[in-house]
Design a protein around this ligand. Sequence first.
Ligand SMILES: Cc1cc2nc3c(=O)[nH]c(=O)nc-3n(C[C@H](O)[C@H](O)[C@H](O)COP(=O)(O)O)c2cc1C
Length: 400
Amino acid sequence: MMQRRLQGRRVVVGISGGIAAYKAIEVVRLLTEAGAEVQVMMTPEATRFVAPLTLEALSYHPVAADWLAPQGAGESHITLAEWADLIAIVPATANSLAKFALGLADEIVSGTVLASRAPLLVAPAMNDLMYTHVKTQDHLKALRARHAAVVEPGTGRLASGKSGVGRLATPERIVAAIEAVLQDRRNLEGLRVVVSAGGTREPVDPVRYVGNFSSGKMGRALAETAAARGADVTLVTTVPTNPEGINEVAVTSATEMLAALKTACSGADILVMAAAVADYAPDKVAAAKLRRTDQPMDLHLRPNVDVLKSLGPHRGLFRVGFAAETEDLRAQAQQKLAEKQLDLMVANQIGVDGQGLASDFNAVTIVSPSGVVAEVPRLPKWEVAGQIWDAIDAVRNRGG
Ligand SMILES: Cc1cc2nc3c(=O)[nH]c(=O)nc-3n(C[C@H](O)[C@H](O)[C@H](O)COP(=O)(O)O)c2cc1C
């Protein structure tokens, strides 16, 4: 799945001494699988949590854990610092974060960080009280101000047994953020992004609905990619999956989706509407379950709320719409873009086997008011999502 997307890139993974150190093993494995060359360094404390041997075997390099060891010629931190295209600290303990923020260098990991000018990425993991402590937050703020990428921890069961914020981000999320930094695409840092996803369900009676085949996968891929590129993301979806690192709001009907989007969009920078909102909804919702009879049944439908239109131009909000069309893709996209006064329109041809609604693949045409921005061929949805964010970035930066 990862392909060899990090082929030839040199990543130094620094492991500090927290319970989550064992999860760094999976990060190293995913990085090498993606083609990266990986060297591991460990704090002395970290070597008490996981054995360097495992990491040597997975990284195909000796592990640098003791900078006073004779074989490093006393220069192992400088060699690593110069070799790295990126340094990723997984997990980053409260103690190590404090040292990086202050510029301390009393073992190989902090020494290498101080000696390197390569981009730094930290994935904090600790007890919730340590994480939310004002000192830890100050140190993270100082690191962000120096352009370090912070992969926010998740919320869930902690090593102490209680639930809270401080769980190490999933290995996939860490690797996606490493990839974004290495591709120089951490460009949504500091932006608030709202994405809608999934098909709306318009109730007929308490057990039935009118809906469509949208799976919510395109919207989820867009939300996850935006998060990997540093955005603060809210995903309003009819297909909730509780993804880590994203604020998810679960909705059912178009009316609910509109209300949730209105709330989420206050103060947001970019809205991407990938949801398939039903154009029609049952005129009346039966209070009790409709009984089966032998007679045909007429369902009277009324035009539904127009979510795109209701979230009309909004100062400071870059609005991206999606159009699923079976014919005349480009003309339809251009017309909708103008009608709804959008900044960008992503049109996908449906009715083609193996792409679009409910598929893991998509092919899209991206249109701005000044014409076609990109034609994306049939690719996995997460790759299409990357190209859509590239187009959003290009159009936002050239201002229209
Ligand atoms: C069993 C155990 C688990 C620990 N887990 C964490 C942790 O998850 N996160 C953290 O920031 N510190 C944790 N600590 C504290 C660090 O190990 C301690 O601050 C240490 O000095 C970190 O050193 P390092 O940052 O050089 O690796 C833990 C300590 C122990 C004894």
